[in-house]
Design a protein around this ligand. Structure first.
Ligand code: GLN
Length: 341
């Protein structure tokens, strides 16, 4: 189906949303099942105790100077269910740098603007290489494997810079809308810190420019990208912001469509296959949910039709993913016996 105006997209999306809601309600009514029966708070502390027995010998990200200052022992989790449940544990109300998790929000906006043309400039295949790999990009002639590795997110940044008169302002307004949090903003401190040491990202964007896949000035694209990655949220805010991906693209607390049902499913598919770089298979295998990590130690994971869960623990493994965050989610989906598979 071809949507030629925004209103048509929203009304088709909304009708689909209503029919999904009705089906869900009937299913729950017929089977007598309700999500609220689970005592998540008790489960969180049980899993946290279990985590204490596992290895957390990783390091906080140090290639971005500001991230070195974070207390590595922080730990927070927040789960938001579609039926309005909120469950927290630990440092869930403390802001942290969401870093690459923000790439998903930029992708959502670019996909909405470009539709399927987006895929002429970036792929949808797992990379199997580190998030900032240059080797693969040269091999692929400047077309990044997917939008969640750095090269791919730089292409998405270039697209947003082309689309908007005031790209940073218009992007943060989108994040405010999706999160329902009008005070949400970039951290100039973190963006400047990353800029001061962002040589690899500069190399990636220049390489893609040489292949003709960057349309704007490289410094403008990098500035947008560093600001994108600098956004700070608490686990609670992060989980709330991403809830629309558990609800077929509709922001549940506003009943407002953010993206079409089909696109929402595709974004989840990309997270499932690419959200953890060369550890995406491991996350899929052990956790079984679409998700995205960031080098600030955060992870967001989505259970379509049920919930979104954000975990934060700053020590990272060699692949740049939070060690205790991944382990927590593995134990969580094992205990609840609910994953997408
Ligand atoms: N801003 C970071 C970078 O570009 C994001 C990396 C990440 O979170 N994986 O290196």
């Amino acid at each position: 189906m071809f949507y030629n105006d925004k209103w048509q997209l929203f009304s088709v999306s909304f009708n689909r949303y209503l029919s999904i809601r009705i089906t869900r309600f009937r299913k729950a009514y017929l089977t007598g099942q309700h999500q609220e029966t689970m005592n998540y708070n008790h489960l969180f502390s049980k899993i946290y105790d279990e985590l204490g027995k596992t290895d957390d010998s990783g390091e906080v990200a140090s290639y971005i100077p500001e991230l070195k200052n974070i207390n590595p022992n922080k730990f927070g989790v927040h789960l938001t269910t579609l039926d309005g449940g909120h469950y927290s544990f630990g440092d869930s109300d403390e802001k942290f740098s969401i870093q690459s998790i923000a790439k998903v929000l930029a992708l959502v906006l670019a996909y909405q603007l470009e539709n399927e043309n987006l895929w002429d400039r970036v792929g949808v295949e797992p990379s199997g290489t580190p998030f900032n790999s240059l080797v693969q990009l040269e091999y692929d002639k400047g077309i990044p494997r997917n939008p969640l590795i750095n090269a791919g997110a730089l292409i998405i940044s270039d697209i947003l810079v082309s689309h908007f008169d005031e790209p940073k302002k218009q992007f943060i307004e989108f994040v405010r809308k999706v999160s329902g949090l009008p005070e949400m903003d970039y951290s100039t401190r973190i963006a400047n810190s990353e800029k001061s040491a962002g040589y690899t990202n500069a190399a990636l964007v220049n390489l893609m420019k040489s292949f003709g896949n960057i349309r704007n000035d490289v410094d403008e694209v990098l500035d947008f990208y560093f600001n994108l990655c600098s956004i700070e949220m608490t686990c609670k805010e992060l989980s709330r912001t991403f809830l629309f991906l558990a609800d077929y693209g509709v922001c549940p607390f506003k009943n407002e469509p953010i993206i079409s049902t089909s696109k929402s499913k595709r974004i989840n598919a990309i997270m499932q296959l690419c959200g953890f770089y060369d550890e995406a298979g491991e996350f899929s295998f052990k956790v079984g949910l679409p998700g995205k990590s960031g080098v600030g130690g955060g992870i967001i994971a989505i259970h379509p039709d049920k919930y979104s869960i954000a975990v934060w623990s700053p020590r990272l493994n060699k692949k740049g993913n939070s060690i205790r965050g991944m382990k927590f989610l593995e134990l969580f989906t094992s205990e609840t016996q609910a994953s997408i598979f």
